[in-house]
Design a protein around this ligand. Structure first.
Ligand code: GDP
Ligand code: MG
Length: 436
């Protein structure tokens, strides 16, 4: 989608004014791009008509460049279509009950975990996860694995195959144990059918949740809209969760779903990891669709993951020349926690295209981690003691070559030097550069 819009908007660049002809030409491209992204035909058409009216009504010569104006018009309109300001979730109940709905494989269980983790990190919330997918024993296990990973309690009842009873028991358990948020993970089927709809509707009626969320895989395109409509007809849900927005952005689902069911998109899922969750901001999504990157999200995510206390400790160590491989390892873990590297890089304006052919993932760190793990505590704290016989031993232990060990040592030395330099004011400059 971004590529096509880039091209469409490019048509206008270099023109002195917006004439009816080049507006029409551009909007034809914009419409095609929207259709390609599975935006409903009618919605795409209405969209371009509105932008056209606005474009022709502007006195472009006195304000911005026509190309920029067009970008702004398309962006504002996209933002509007996806729904104004970001909306939070209702956590006013005690406990607040959040019900997940959606097809099998849409990402309900994963998102339940992400949301629990997100709320838990807010400190005032103590969530409980409730396993109501009773059809596959593996589904209950999956939620337990997620719960263990994020340190959130999971309520389940393996012998019981009545999801209404389990959800009620889960809420009672939450009340008795001081949980103020209950997240109910439910079963979905591969397609909308009566059995699934009856079941989710029964749970919904029985527990009267504060929030009913509809989880949808953004890669399912036009189908996502039909599914959303079917669930909304039964549940009148409060919000949409758009999952699997990592990699190639499919903004189309966001636009179409919002237009058809008129419910806010509240969160997006951008990866399989528990940290890959973002609040949905229509204007950022519009930026992303327009290929401008999502810098604000990127910066926020990085800040959230980076522990300030650790950062200060690290600064002291660098200043005293005590930065060692254990610290280096911690840094790698911080980076990995931020989610898939490619997602992050993809949010940088202009970098999205560049990254298409390059595959950076967590595996990139495997060799480095193996080498560091093969070092003794003394070697990690004071890399200077690593002589050639130690290098041989480390190489053998980590399944790498002496060259690779050498390379890491060299990189490490360079990095230590650079960090020391950044302490003296350079760091601030670098931050400024990143923010521009
Ligand atoms: P459920 O059947 O609705 O509970 O779906 P799951 O939570 O089990 O997710 C189905 C698959 O999608 C799993 O392999 C998840 O790891 C994966 N998944 C869920 N959310 C995301 C996401 O935001 N991005 C990516 N890439 N994968 C996801
Ligand atoms: Mg599930």
């Amino acid at each position: 989608l971004s590529d096509k819009l880039d091209k469409a908007l490019h048509v206008l660049k270099g023109h002195g004014s917006i004439t009816e002809v080049n507006v029409a030409e551009t909007l034809k491209e914009v419409r095609r791009a929207l259709l390609d992204a599975d935006v409903n035909f009618k919605i795409a058409k209405e969209f371009t008509v509105r932008v056209k009216e606005k474009a022709l009504g502007q006195d472009v010569l006195t304000t911005l460049q026509p190309g920029q104006l067009m970008v702004k018009l398309v962006k504002d309109e996209l933002t509007e279509l996806m729904g104004g300001d970001a909306e939070g979730i209702n956590l006013s109940g005690n406990p607040s009950v959040i019900l997940m709905s959606g097809l099998q494989g849409s990402g309900k269980t994963t998102f339940s975990g992400k949301l629990a983790n997100y709320l838990k990190n807010k400190k005032t919330k103590k969530p409980l996860l409730v396993a109501c997918d009773v059809y596959r024993p593996a589904a209950i296990d999956q939620l337990h694995v997620v719960g263990d990973q994020i340190g959130v309690e999971v309520f389940s009842d393996k012998g019981n195959n009545d999801p209404v009873a389990i959800s009620k028991a889960g809420i009672a358990h939450a009340k008795a144990n001081g949980h103020n948020v209950v997240i109910i993970d439910t079963a979905g089927r591969l397609a909308v059918d009566e059995a699934m709809m009856t079941e989710i509707s029964n749970i919904h009626k029985a527990i009267e949740p504060q929030e009913t969320l509809f989880v949808v895989d953004s890669m399912t395109g036009q189908d996502a809209v039909n599914t959303a409509k079917a669930f909304n007809d039964i549940l009148n849900f409060d919000g949409v969760i758009l999952t699997k927005l990592d990699g190639d952005t499919r903004g189309g689902a966001a636009i179409s779903i919002k237009s058809v069911v008129n419910k806010p998109i509240k969160f997006i899922g951008t990866g399989e990891k528990m940290e890959a969750i973002d609040v949905f901001y229509p204007s950022r999504m519009a930026d992303r669709i327009l290929g401008m990157g999502d810098v604000v999200s990127l910066v926020e995510r990085a800040q959230e993951q980076f522990d300030e206390v650790e950062a200060r400790k690290l600064q002291k160590k660098i200043a005293k020349n005590q930065f060692g491989f254990d610290d280096f390892l911690k840094q790698i873990q911080q980076i990995k926690k931020m989610g898939n590297m490619k997602d992050l890089v993809g949010m940088i304006p202009g970098a999205g295209k560049m990254m298409k052919d390059i595959d950076i993932d967590d595996d990139a760190f495997k060799g480095i981690e193996a080498i560091i793990h093969s070092m003794t505590p003394e070697e990690r704290a004071n890399p200077a003691v690593i002589n050639s016989s130690r290098k041989k031993r480390i190489g053998k232990g980590s399944g790498t070559s002496v060259q690779e060990v050498n390379q890491l040592l060299k990189q490490f030395t360079q990095m230590s030097k650079m960090m020391k330099m950044m302490q003296g004011g350079g760091g601030k400059r670098m931050m400024q550069m990143m923010q521009n």
